[in-house]
Design a protein around this ligand. Structure first.
Ligand code: SF4
Length: 64
């Protein structure tokens, strides 16, 4: 699994961090998402996909 984020689209809602804190964080200054793992392990796959679905800005893209 490979994760890409669109920082321009991100509105800092933080849903991704709630869903998968091992993979996503937010910048202190403006809340924009920070990707902690570009290629998360398989056991985090479900949480990462949930984060992508929950993201109101559709800023998270997942490739298998
Ligand atoms: S859920 Fe989407 S909009 Fe919110 S911080 Fe994460 S990437 Fe950004």
């Amino acid at each position: 699994m490979r994760v890409n984020i669109d920082e321009e689209a991100c509105v800092g809602a933080g849903q991704c961090v709630l869903a998968a804190a091992e993979v996503f964080d937010q910048r202190d200054e403006d809340g924009v998402v920070v990707l902690l793992q570009e290629e998360p392990p398989a056991e985090l796959g479900e949480a990462v996909r949930e984060a992508a679905v929950l993201c109101p800005a559709m800023a998270i893209h997942v490739q298998d």
